[in-house]
Design a protein around this ligand. Structure first.
Ligand code: ADP
Length: 450
């Protein structure tokens, strides 16, 4: 008998729907918990069972006790955490284990290791993965930090040690800016992550953000599913993700695959994960962090490989072996994902709430939409502004860009402000069309877009 036959999804929005769909295809019963703000969530209706959690709408997805108690009462044998919320909580993974519930994700020890960016750099360096020069213990004293920055040489970047989502990060171009930036980084880190620990590393000018999708089972089988290029970012947050990366040399590609799989094998990693690198203008690679969960951008990898990452993740957690070898993974064409956010591009991307009054989605060949929107839906304002994702694919890069243009033009959402207009500008940009971009792309071009 299968170990997993009923899964509780400790998440919301498009990813909850994505996991429900994976469960249905695996003939697994899906259970969701939902907050007071999410009563009208489409995923709540699509799940086989749903249970409310009263009180603060954010805490509803963060407090272990109610979630574990519902999982037990409902007879769930596993919990899928999605991304965000409890997905990177080693404590939660351990609590699941203690309650005899399978945590669909990596082992707690790996969540903990990679939750600490400094510790993970040290561990990866030991295995032979290149990392950027920087501190490997937290910097608390500003003067000490400045001394270290001088040794590394400006520009440097100050980063929240336990941060994410581009927050708690400051670039310091010159020594005289250090003090102010240090204060800003520590304050932001405290505000968002409850911790003031920061670290300092060399800042790479105009890098590309390239990440490797890995998947590993509990029998030591590690396979990579290629890379994603996430260089199109706004304030260090991903806006568009692409698989594979256009214009990446095969030498770099092979090297990031090699070091990523080697590291995962050495560490005994299990489940899906993403090894993130910066690639500089001379094609040097540097590991920056690893995400121990399914990522927002996983669909582009699914599209070019045909591998259902969520389903395989559930199977691995249930003790199954990976049923494909590295050689069996074939990459086909290009996929581009556009994050559809409820924000106002005309007003500094301020989050925007409201009721969806008109909702027309693109369709046709090569179009996938992962979203929980529908006409009449009142968007709760308690959560992240990402409402869904548009994923397009074609056999070549040029075709994928053309399809993106067509699909974005078809997409119509009224009632809330969205960033679709920004995406439409990007896919018309000559450098984007040529596949030429790095993490500085949006910052440089934003003013020229309407
Ligand atoms: P987070 O966990 O907040 O997403 P990351 O460490 O993954 O933070 O970095 C997010 C982005 O910030 C990167 O994709 C890159 O654009 C930029 N960045 C991070 N570290 C550096 C660095 N050392 N040099 C240049 N850019 C960096």
């Amino acid at each position: 008998m299968k170990k997993i036959s009923k899964v509780l999804i400790a998440n919301r929005g498009e990813i909850a729907l994505r996991i429900i769909r994976a469960c249905k295809e695996l003939e697994i019963t899906s259970v969701v918990v939902f907050s007071e703000a999410d009563v009208d969530g489409v995923w709540v209706r699509k799940a086989d069972e749903c249970y409310p959690i009263m009180g603060n709408p954010v805490q509803a997805y963060l407090d272990f006790e109610p979630i574990l108690s519902i999982a037990k009462k409902a007879g769930c044998d596993a919990i899928h955490p999605g991304y965000g919320f409890l997905s990177e909580s080693a404590e939660f993974a351990t609590a699941c284990l203690e309650n005899d519930i399978i945590f669909i994700g990596p082992k707690a020890e790996h969540i903990e290791l990679f939750g600490d960016k400094m510790a993970s750099k040290v561990a990866m360096k030991k295995i032979g993965v290149p990392v950027l020069e920087g501190t490997d213990t937290p910097v608390v004293d500003k003067a000490e930090g400045e001394g270290i920055a001088n040794e590394i040489g400006f520009p440097v970047i100050i980063k929240a040690a336990f941060g994410g989502g581009g927050r708690g990060m400051r670039i310091v171009k010159k020594a005289k800016e250090f003090s102010k930036m240090f204060d800003e980084a520590t304050n932001e880190s405290l505000k968002y992550f409850g911790k003031t620990e920061v670290f300092i590393e060399k800042y790479v000018e105009n890098p590309r953000h390239i990440e490797v999708q890995v998947i590993a089972d509990s029998y030591g089988n590690v396979v990579h599913l290629g890379e994603r290029d996430c260089s199109i970012q706004r304030r260090h947050q991903k806006v568009i993700e692409i698989a594979p990366s256009p214009l990446l040399s095969d030498t770099v590609r092979k090297e990031i695959y090699r070091v990523s799989t080697k590291a995962m094998f050495r560490l005994g990693y299990e489940s899906v994960g993403t090894v993130e690198f910066l690639v500089d203008e001379d094609d040097n690679i540097y590991f920056i962090e690893m995400n121990t969960r399914v990522q927002v951008e996983h669909p582009v990898t699914e599209v070019i490989t045909g591998v259902d990452l969520i389903q395989r993740m559930i199977e691995i957690a249930g003790g199954d072996k990976l049923h494909f070898l590295q050689e069996e993974i074939k990459f086909r064409g290009y996929a581009i994902e556009f994050r559809i956010n409820s924000e106002d591009p005309q007003n500094n991307f301020m989050p925007s709430g409201g009721t969806i009054t008109n909702y027309l989605t693109p369709g046709g060949p090569g179009v996938r939409i992962d979203s929980s929107l529908y006409e009449g839906y009142e968007l709760p304002t308690n959560y992240d502004s990402m409402m869904g994702k548009l994923i397009v694919s074609a056999l070549d890069w040029e075709g994928a860009v053309k399809k993106a243009k067509r699909a974005l033009d078809e997409y119509n959402i009224d009632g809330v402000k969205t960033n679709i207009s920004l995406h439409r500008e990007i896919v018309r940009d000559a450098d984007f069309k040529a596949g030429k971009f790095n993490t500085g792309f949006l910052g440089e071009k934003m003013d020229t877009f309407n």
